[in-house]
Design a binder for this molecule. Structure first.
Ligand code: ZN
Length: 290
């Protein structure tokens, strides 16, 4: 089972979130049948969304990461709640572009230039919206930039997805380490050194390390304390009832129009790739209930 550790270190001056998300990302791959580069792009964004979902305070809060790019992948949408149910999809699942010169999947090439927007619906009148230009397109660097610019919190973000030969997900996970304003300079420079020594988060998982091991490896000398262990999964909250409500909201005239012309309607949930079919009888029943 995938999970995220929520921890502090350095007497509360550092907060850390470490996630393993292999099953979550593999479910996304099985749901959307993504090509390897898009599995990596979506998987990194899902992992980032799950980590940021853990930072939400209330049960009703919802976080959305919306990436738009001019590359062949087009973009990605991911949402998470604080429970951490996470879901997402890409605009084009089947991008196939050459590997980068270092042999890695070219996520930034698939996304191109564009923007990354974080929307937090905290139950207030207006949602919080923070937007940055997509600078690297590798997602972890972009979220680091987002935290620095939009939330003014210096952060180290690592996200990784390793794809197996059969295109399933072999490893996936990541972490966010944030330094609070009262942190000792000694901690800041030690962390910077530590980050430079890390090859990739998937290489740590490949060595058999757990999120607990990764937390200890990065923050061991600053006495990390685990506060919480939160289960993570790819889960869509859609249902036939919700889709019916969406259909009802389009109005009587529109429904009459569908009944008289197409005689059926199909509503598609992009997040979990599910079609909801409504035949003429269903539509007439819905119409009668209005
Ligand atoms: Zn759905």
């Amino acid at each position: 089972m995938d999970y995220i550790l929520r921890a502090t270190a350095g007497e509360g001056s550092v907060r850390a979130f470490v996630a393993c998300t292999r099953q979550t990302v593999n479910t996304a791959f099985l749901t959307h049948k993504t090509s390897p580069v898009m599995t990596a792009a979506l998987g990194r964004t899902l992992t980032g969304g799950a980590l940021m979902g853990c930072m939400l305070k209330d049960d009703q809060d919802i976080l959305t990461i919306n990436i738009k790019g001019d590359g062949p992948g087009g973009g990605i949408i991911v949402t998470a709640n604080n429970n951490v149910d996470v879901k997402g999809y890409c605009f084009n699942n089947l991008v196939d572009i050459p590997l980068k010169s270092n042999g890695k999947l070219d996520v930034s090439g698939a996304l191109g230039k564009g923007s990354l927007t974080v929307i937090k619906d905290l139950g207030l009148k207006e949602p919080y919206v923070g937007q940055i230009p997509l600078l690297s397109g590798e997602i972890a660097e972009d979220l680091t930039y987002y935290f620095a610019v939009s939330e003014q919190v210096p952060s180290a973000v690592a996200l990784g997805v390793l794809i197996d030969r059969d295109y399933t997900v072999k490893q996936a996970g990541g972490f966010v380490i944030q330094v609070l304003p009262d942190a000792d300079d000694r901690i800041v420079s030690a962390l910077e050194n530590k980050m430079q020594g890390i090859k990739s988060v998937t290489s740590m998982f490949e060595k058999g390390m757990t999120p607990e091991d990764i937390l200890q490896d990065i923050l061991g000398e600053f006495n990390p304390q685990i506060l919480d262990k939160i289960n993570v999964g790819f889960k869509c909250g859609c249902s036939r009832e919700r889709v019916e409500n969406a259909l009802l909201s389009i109005g009587k005239e529109e429904i009459d129009d569908i009944i008289n012309t197409d005689k059926k309607a199909t509503l598609h949930c992009h997040f979990c790739n599910t079609d909801y079919e409504f035949d003429e009888e269903c539509l007439r029943k819905l119409r009668a209930s209005m």
